[in-house]
Each structure stands twice: as structure tokens, then as C-alpha cells.
Ligand binder design. Structure first.
Ligand SMILES: Cc1cc2nc3c(=O)[nH]c(=O)nc-3n(C[C@H](O)[C@H](O)[C@H](O)COP(=O)(O)O)c2cc1C
Length: 312
């Protein structure tokens, strides 16, 4: 029987298929809908220090091959997350990765310390890449110095496994990835959504209340796959793939590019069974092709890995 186990820092997952932040709430909302038992980990909705109401509606609009969302990080805030949401999610049969977003290094440290000391939290994802909360001209996700400061501060605040979630919306993702690795990140999640918009011609106004939103779903898949390919070659910490992953083929491509795990998000809305179907599909692929472990799939499309396999 092939082994689906994969590791990110101290977090060992029974499956490389994770649930992406913001697409499954805090977990219990999807009990009975998603088979948590077949899932590697759930990344909970990003929380901020203070509660946020999010953006004005409409917040979701479909687009060919994808979805635009402009939720604006609506969340219950740190205090309620610790007091209510974590204890409610703890009984679920799946490790919890807590996603947090601060306004700067100080808040990231505060959030990482607070969630990091909780036993229910297996790892932390630092979300520096939400496109729907601010429109700065020099966003933090493009700034290696600011990213280095955020990761260092979070690293000092907690010993828990830390993954930094990058944005695809930058011209130099490698410098950001490098800064995060140097500052002590244990992994990188590659990547968040890309900004986009639709216009409602009947109403003659932007379809989203926030005007722009983040593009997710199938349309994003080749973009983020290319980023995983680049980043995985450049850093030595594990990369987690995210962006339009909906079936076994997509997951295999991300693993073959160098990701050690994948996150499923938008696909869950139409196919909540996707995580377990992908886990089964990976197992079948491995059985049919003589792979014993996920490690053997990671980077299998890369020249250096191919050469090793061919000469072995
Ligand atoms: C409705 C919605 C809400 C999201 N909220 C968050 C969030 O709170 N934090 C975060 O890091 N990513 C958030 N994301 C991004 C997803 O976690 C994921 O990285 C992205 O959608 C790309 O993957 P997908 O195409 O599989 O959805 C959200 C995505 C959607 C569609």
C-alpha cells in the first residue's frame, strides 16, 4: 500500500491534501460535508487581532474557469477564535493549521504567540497576501525586507511550524521566498489569489462591492503551478501548492513541480468530496506506477529528479 504521509516542519500529515484557508470556515461548519479523516490538515479562516466585518456585498462573482472573492478577511478576531472556534474545531479528526494576518510584524508576533501556545494548533500559516483588505502601492507581499521582519517576529514568538503564504501578484517572488526562508519560515504556501474584476453591465457598475477581488479556481492553476516550480527550485524549505487544484491530475502536477502538499479551496464549493477523491486518486496513481511514498513524487518532473530516477 503506498504511503501518503507527508511532513511540513513538525507537522506530519496522513495525506498531502489540505483544505485552503477561507474556504471551510473554522472547520465544524463542514462536518458531515467534507471527509476530514481523508484530509491532511485544515487551514482555518484567517484571523486578525480585532474582529472584522469584511467588505460590502456582493463579495463573490463567478468568472469563466474561476471565482472572484472579496470577502475582506471577515473573521471573529483573536479573542473569540481562542475562546470558541479552536475548542469547537479541536474534536475534528484532522490537524488544525491556524491562519493569521497582522498589520505589521508586531501583530504577526502577537497572533503567532497566542495561537502557537494552544495545543489544538498543529501549525501556523502567516497570511501576508490577502488582496482584498488594502490597496497599497507597495504591498507587503512584494517587499522582502518587510516579509523578513514579519517572519522573524513570528519565529521569535513561537516554536510552532510556520508557513508563509505568498502572493502570485509580484514580479519577484523569489526574493520574498528567500527572505522568508532566511528569517526562519519552515514552509511556504504558494500561493494566494490574483487580483481581478468583473463589471455588471446591466447595473453599469463593478460586480463586486469592493470593485476588485481575488481570482481563484481552475483559471489560477497554471499561474500558481509555475510559481511553485520556480520557488521549489530556489528554497530548501517545503513548498505547499495552492491555486485551482480540483482533481488528482492537478495535485499530481503540483507535486511533480516540487510541492510536498497541496491545498484545495474553490473546488470544494462544487465538489466537497474532492479531498478524499484526490487522496484515493494519488494512491491509485502510486500503486499503478510503482511509487511507495509521496516523497518520490515530489519534484518528479524536474530535470535533476528525472536524472536520478533514470540512473538509479
Ligand atoms: C471565498 C474565499 C475566501 C478566502 N479566504 C482566505 C483567507 O481568509 N486567507 C487566506 O490565506 N486565503 C484565503 N483564500 C484563498 C485560498 O485559501 C486559496 O489560496 C486560493 O483561493 C487559491 O486556491 P483555490 O483556487 O483552490 O481556491 C480564500 C479564497 C476564497 C475563494
Amino acid at each position: 500500500m503506498p504511503e501518503l504521509t507527508t511532513r511540513i516542519g513538525d507537522l506530519t500529515m496522513r495525506s498531502p491534501v489540505m483544505l485552503a484557508s477561507g474556504t471551510v470556515g473554522y472547520g465544524p461548519e463542514y462536518e458531515g460535508v467534507i471527509d476530514f479523516g481523508a484530509t491532511g490538515a485544515i487551514v482555518t479562516k484567517t484571523i486578525t487581532v480585532e474582529p472584522r466585518e469584511g467588505n460590502a456585498p456582493p463579495r463573490l462573482v463567478e468568472t469563466p474557469g474561476g471565482l472572484l472573492n472579496a470577502i475582506g478577511l471577515e473573521n471573529v478576531g483573536l479573542e473569540r477564535f481562542l475562546a470558541e472556534k479552536l475548542p469547537e474545531a479541536a474534536p475534528l479528526p484532522v490537524p488544525i493549521v491556524a491562519s493569521v494576518a497582522g498589520t505589521g510584524a508586531g501583530q504577526f508576533a502577537q497572533l503567532a504567540a497566542a495561537v502557537g501556545e494552544r495545543d489544538e494548533v498543529a501549525a501556523i500559516e502567516l497570511n501576508i497576501s490577502c488582496p482584498n483588505v488594502e490597496r497599497p502601492r507597495n504591498p507587503v507581499w512584494s517587499d522582502p525586507v518587510a516579509v523578513g521582519e514579519i517572519v522573524s517576529a513570528a519565529r521569535e514568538a513561537t516554536g510552532k511550524t510556520l508557513s508563509l503564504k505568498l502572493s502570485p501578484n509580484t514580479s519577484d517572488i523569489l526574493s520574498v521566498a528567500e527572505a522568508a526562508e532566511r528569517a526562519g519560515a519552515d514552509a511556504l504556501t504558494v500561493a494566494n489569489t490574483l487580483p481581478g474584476m468583473r463589471i455588471d453591465i446591466e447595473r453599469r457598475r463593478p460586480a463586486l462591492g469592493n470593485v476588485t477581488g481575488g481570482l481563484s479556481g481552475r483559471a489560477l492553476m497554471p499561474v500558481n503551478l509555475a510559481l511553485v516550480w520556480k520557488v521549489a527550485e530556489h528554497v530548501s524549505i517545503p513548498v505547499i501548492g495552492s491555486g485551482g487544484i480540483g482533481d488528482t491530475g492537478d495535485a499530481l502536477e503540483f507535486l511533480a513541480a516540487g510541492a510536498v502538499a497541496v491545498q484545495v479551496g474553490t473546488a470544494l464549493f462544487a465538489t466537497p468530496e474532492a479531498p478524499s477523491e484526490i487522496a484515493d486518486g494519488l494512491r491509485n496513481y502510486m500503486e499503478e506506477n510503482g511509487f511507495a511514498s509521496i516523497d518520490e513524487l515530489v519534484g518528479m518532473a524536474r530535470e535533476e529528479r528525472r536524472t536520478c530516477a533514470e540512473t538509479a
